[in-house]
Ligand binder design. Sequence first.
Ligand SMILES: C[S@@+](CC[C@H](N)C(=O)[O-])C[C@H]1O[C@@H](n2cnc3c(N)ncnc32)[C@H](O)[C@@H]1O
Length: 398
Amino acid sequence: MSSVLPSSLQSALRLPLIETITEAGGRAKPGDLYQALADKLGLEDGALAATRAPATSRPYRIFQQQVRWARQNAVLDGLISRETRGVWELTRNGRRFAELTRIKPGHVVLLYRQDDGLALCAHAEDAASVIERGSLNLILTSPPYPVVNRAYGRMSVPDWLAWMSELMGLWKQLLQPDGTIAINLMDIHRAGSPTLDPYVERFTLDAIDTHGLNLAGRMPWHSPTKLGHLEWTSKRKVQPRQTLEHVLLFSASDHPAWDATRLPPRRRKALTPAQLAAEAKRVDKMTRPSGLVIRGGAFGSDHPIADNLIVAGGAPGTDHYSRRCKATNLPVHPARMPGLLARSTIQLTTDVGETVYDPCAGSGVVAQAARELGRRWITSEPVLEYAEGSRFRFETLL
Ligand SMILES: C[S@@+](CC[C@H](N)C(=O)[O-])C[C@H]1O[C@@H](n2cnc3c(N)ncnc32)[C@H](O)[C@@H]1O
């Protein structure tokens, strides 16, 4: 088995796998789990028989292999026992993962406070009522995606669009007039089809048309470790691997308070001194069709990637946060955003001392990035165990 495991599919399979083992009484033979898991995921008949035959190794069953990867990853995260003897058994942590504690709707609890921020346990719609209007400079969040089945729930596309529209209206009121709302979303497929559900577009238009927000920009996130859709990329191969997620940025202002000079310089491929000299000469001579003459060095040395593209792999499983969660039997959040995404968005849209809020805060990546960058922060998260785990992010930063 590969030691470099793609993280995204494993986290998508993790909850259904754990639920399937739970339904089997907490322990089961893998051979008995595959069909139940395929049924839970709504895979078509024949998913279990799909085989791949690499040129250099023995053929293998695609679905079973991916489930074994997911199981291996869950073992590394302490959710499934290391011992096999032909049986996959949930650990105590694995059982707890299936039984997360959610705060009741209508309640808001202050879970902990730091000198630069506070962490609430609440649903986003409730937390909005306790945050002062006009007090925020950035709302940055990765809400649960519609239809994706995770430990913390599942929502249909129409329900999700209505929920998010209500939240966008509430969040707009909490922001400074030139503040930013940044939303990270992932494309999803229409049921039974390799085509995409246009919920991202519907959400964007609703933000503009219903709430009068401006689409201030987009910062796509490329995650090289993402695996494609099980059916359309891995099995039928009709879709290339989709490694991009969206970060959509909205503002009530026509001129949001952004400053791109706050972003750190892009790391570019190193050029030799001779290549640099040749490039400077070439750019010196460059004249645009408009007649605009481009000055030498105007673009830096080379441009391997777009400047607004965030390139970052999935969250690590060996960082301080994950280790402390495992040591204290708290679930490691299954869908963390990369720190780079949070830092880039915060740097572009806020200044030191300003306030950032993450309403679907999960493990607190946004709060940690805000502190590292000298911003104030507020988080809210309805799953108690995730909100509790976010405390560990501050242990190494004190
Ligand atoms: C994609 S995760 C966010 C992960 C987070 N950005 C991180 O890096 O750890 C979405 C989070 O939204 C939370 N959530 C679910 N329903 C919610 C609600 N009604 N209000 C706020 N958050 C909710 C989930 O519990 C989950 O932790």
